[in-house]
Design a protein around this ligand. Structure first.
Ligand SMILES: *Cc1c(COP(=O)(O)O)cnc(C)c1O
Length: 441
């Protein structure tokens, strides 16, 4: 029965669904997809009833695990009252309460919340806000952005220009906004050299720059690359000196992924604009927010033609807002950040130990992220990580690699025994993949 169900789902899927980030002929002919029928806590269940530890909290978003009872209850309650209404000229309780609660935990100075649907639109809003701010506040020539090489900020055409992962940009190269890419501080590029590159970019171009956009401390899609937070302090000083806005894309790292609520706290600096999504609704519904300062907000006041003419159909959706509001309550009531600390230590220890495994060239960790690099080809298309994926799947974990980078970014409240089991599976799978690689060659 379950096998039939699984076969039926895969047949329809392969005939009709075009998957994200997937070459479809390989997928149709060679891939045996995991058929997930339900999820609970830190586990996904397939049609055969097998369970898989969710190593990346479903694309870094289910920070409170799957099916948290309080989030389900908030969703149920809200669904009986109001599922959707426009937010243009209408106020409703979930959106209003959420904005207030969000600003209470946001970095200092961020006091206005603009809602959208996902991480890409949260950054897109940030770009449009800065462009329009300068255009109607006396500096229309400020229309370019500085971003980091290997950065990732999402999928819209606007934010694709900021992205530095070459294979994601290449097809659109001729149609992108003007962005200057500077080297991120890491490995071969020391923090001081990276900072000097940023300083020259600002010195030489300040008059035409709208903002500097970064993923604070961790470049996620680049392969969980962690950099020295002091770089952000330098960036803040430079942005202040040249009066250029600093935008933190906290879509992946916000909500405690790296330890503190916001990754920018590692550096003790506040951005002019902060973007949050992914864990914002505990991964339950698509919703995002872009937070700004009073100065930016005021730049849109006055005549009607100064307003921000932007908004999605589902901007401020009451269901998602009610869940996002409950997420913040759960963070407080269940002391999610404090309780994640010893879990983060377990991850750090386990990944440090995995550094001695055959085939591993480097390891790193920060908060609820642990990552290792496999020897051999690097980059998004490297397939070494996928051998580890296969081994982990056989052992009961879902572990999506990034090229040769194998990482975990589980829910922040993953039970200790699930976490230990996951970390053991990662180690065993890396070893098994190295052995099969060794015997193949
Ligand atoms: C995932 C991600 C985005 C895009 O978010 P979506 O919800 O997938 O559109 C933007 N920035 C960063 C840093 C991300 O990790």
């Amino acid at each position: 029965m379950s096998r039939e169900l699984s076969a039926r789902i895969v047949a329809a899927d392969k005939r009709w669904v075009w998957h994200p980030y997937t070459e479809m002929s390989h997928y149709r002919q060679r891939v045996d997809p995991l058929v997930v029928v339900r999820a609970q806590g830190s586990r996904l269940f397939d049609a055969d009833g097998r369970s898989y530890l969710d190593a990346n909290a479903s694309w870094w978003s289910c920070l409170l695990g799957h099916g948290h009872p309080r989030l389900l209850e908030a969703l149920r309650r809200q669904s009986e009252i109001l599922c959707h209404t426009a937010l243009a000229g209408i106020a409703h309780e979930p959106a209003a309460e959420l904005a207030e609660a969000l600003c209470a935990v946001a970095p200092r100075g961020l006091e206005h919340v603009f809602y959208s649907d996902n991480g890409s639109t949260a950054v897109e809003v940030a770009l449009k806000l800065t462009l329009q701010f300068w255009s109607q506040n006396g500096r229309p020539e400020r229309s370019r952005f500085v971003a980091l090489e290997d950065g990732f900020h999402g999928e819209t055409l606007g934010v694709t220009a900021l992205g530095g992962v070459e294979i994601f940009r290449r097809p659109f190269e001729g149609a992108l906004l003007d962005a200057l890419h500077v080297p991120p501080p890491r490995d071969s590029v020391s923090t001081s050299r990276a900072f000097e590159a940023l300083a020259s970019a600002l010195e030489e171009n300040a008059d035409t720059l709208a903002a500097v956009v970064v993923e604070p401390v961790v470049q996620g899609a680049a392969g969980m690359r962690i950099y020295d937070p002091s770089y952000l302090r330098g960036a803040r000083e430079l942005c202040d000196r040249f009066d250029v806005f600093l935008i933190f894309d906290e879509v992946a790292v916000g909500y405690g992924r790296t330890g503190p609520m916001w990754a920018g706290e590692h550096a003790g600096v506040e951005p002019d604009i902060l973007c949050t999504a992914k864990g914002f609704t505990g991964g339950m519904l698509p919703m995002a927010a872009t937070l700004t300062t009073e100065r930016i907000f005021e730049g849109f006041l006055g005549d009607a033609d100064r307003a921000f003419y932007y908004g999605h159909t589902f901007t401020g959706n009451p269901l998602a807002a009610a869940v996002a509001r409950e997420v913040l309550r759960v963070y407080e009531d269940e002391q999610v950040l404090q309780r994640a600390k010893p879990k983060a230590e377990r991850i750090a220890r386990a990944f440090a130990e995995m550094g001695t495994l055959p085939g591993v060239s480097a390891t790193r960790s920060l908060g609820m992220i642990g990552a290792l690099d496999l020897e051999g080809d690097a980059g998004y298309l490297a397939d070494t990580g996928w051998r580890v994926y296969e081994e982990a799947r056989r052992r009961g974990a879902y572990l999506r690699p990034i090229g040769n980078v194998v990482y975990v970014a589980p829910s922040l409240n993953i039970p200790d025994d699930d976490l230990d089991a996951l970390l053991a599976i990662v180690g065993e799978s890396v070893e098994a993949a190295a052995v099969s690689e060794g015997s193949a060659s």
